[in-house]
Design a protein. Structure first.
Length: 271
C-alpha cells in the first residue's frame, strides 16, 4: 500500500489521470492525499470532483481557497470571477451532492509522520492545536446554519491569531491561515497580497516561522514558489494550470513523480 500526496489539481483532470497512471495507482490498496483546490482555473473541475468523490475512503481531501470559492458561489454569496472555470460544476445535475460533499471535507489531516493543510499554519500552533482549530471550522461548515458562516467567512481581519477570539473573527483567522496564507511575521501577522516567492519586507514564508518540526507538513497553494521539498515541508503546488507539472509525492519514501501540462491560464495571472 502506498500513499501519494498530490498538488493542486484545479480542474486538470487529464493530468490527474496521467499522473495516477504514471505512479501505478491501485485504488484497492493505495491512497491519495489531495492538498486542496480540486477545482477552478483548469478545464474539467466537474470530472475531478466526481472522480475524487467516488474514490471514497481511498482519497483524503483538505479544503483550499478555490474549493471554498466554489462552495460560496453555489450558495449565492460570491459573484462569478472572470477567470472562474467551474460553471460545469454549477450547472451539473448533481451539483448539490458534489458541493455538499466538498463542504464537509476537513481543513487539515494528520496521519503518521505527516500533516496536510492547503496553505499553512501559524507560528505558535502545534499540529494538535491546529487540528483542533480546523475542526471548529469543519463543525461550522457542517452545521445546519452553515450559510451564516459562509456569509461571514471572507475578509482579511483579524490579521493574527489570538486565543481570545470568538465567533466569526475566530473562524475567519483559521480559514485564512489554512487556505490563504503564504507569508507571516514571526509573531503571526498574516499577509495576503503577495503571491510571489520573495517575502515582503518584515515577513517570512510561513513555514520558516514554525518553531517545532513535530511532523512534516505537506501543502499546496503556492505555485510561484514551485516545488518545495525539505525534511520538514513538501510544497506540491507546481502550477499545473499555469503550464507547470502536476506533482505527486509518495509519502512512505518521498518518491517524486510529475507529469507535464500545456497550461490553461496565462502565466503571471492572479493565483
Amino acid at each position: 500500500m502506498a500513499t501519494y500526496a498530490i498538488g493542486d489539481v484545479q480542474g486538470c483532470f487529464d493530468e490527474l489521470q496521467a499522473l495516477l497512471g504514471r505512479v501505478g495507482f491501485n485504488r484497492t490498496h493505495d491512497r491519495l492525499w489531495f492538498v486542496g483546490d480540486l477545482v477552478n482555473r483548469g478545464p474539467r473541475s466537474l470530472e475531478v470532483l466526481r472522480f475524487v468523490r467516488e474514490l471514497s475512503d481511498r482519497a483524503v481531501v483538505v479544503l483550499g481557497n478555490h474549493d471554498l470559492h466554489l462552495i460560496t458561489q453555489h450558495e449565492g454569496f460570491e459573484r462569478k470571477r472572470r477567470d472562474d472555470t467551474f460553471v460545469d460544476v454549477l450547472t451539473a445535475p448533481d451539483v448539490k451532492e458534489l458541493v455538499d460533499w466538498l463542504r464537509t471535507r476537513p481543513m487539515m489531516h494528520v496521519e503518521g509522520n505527516w500533516a496536510m493543510v492547503h496553505a499553512g499554519l501559524l507560528p505558535d500552533w502545534s499540529i494538535d492545536e491546529a487540528l483542533s482549530l480546523g475542526k471548529e471550522v469543519e463543525d461550522a461548515l457542517a452545521a445546519p446554519d452553515y450559510r451564516d458562516f459562509l456569509k461571514n467567512m471572507y475578509g482579511g481581519k483579524p490579521e493574527r491569531w489570538d486565543e481570545s477570539l470568538t465567533g466569526w473573527d475566530r473562524l475567519r483567522v483559521i480559514v485564512n491561515a489554512m487556505t490563504r496564507m503564504r507569508f507571516c511575521t514571526p509573531g503571526g501577522v498574516m499577509e495576503f497580497h503577495s503571491t510571489h516567492k520573495t517575502p515582503p519586507a518584515g515577513y517570512l514564508a510561513w513555514h520558516e516561522t514554525r518553531k517545532s518540526p513535530e511532523r512534516a507538513i505537506v501543502f499546496g497553494h503556492w505555485s510561484t514558489a514551485g516545488l518545495q521539498l525539505t525534511d520538514r515541508i513538501a510544497g506540491l503546488d507546481t502550477g499545473c494550470v499555469w503550464g507547470g507539472p502536476l506533482t505527486a509525492l509518495r509519502l512512505e519514501d518521498r518518491w517524486l513523480v510529475q507529469v507535464p501540462s500545456p497550461g490553461y491560464q496565462r502565466v503571471g495571472g492572479k493565483e
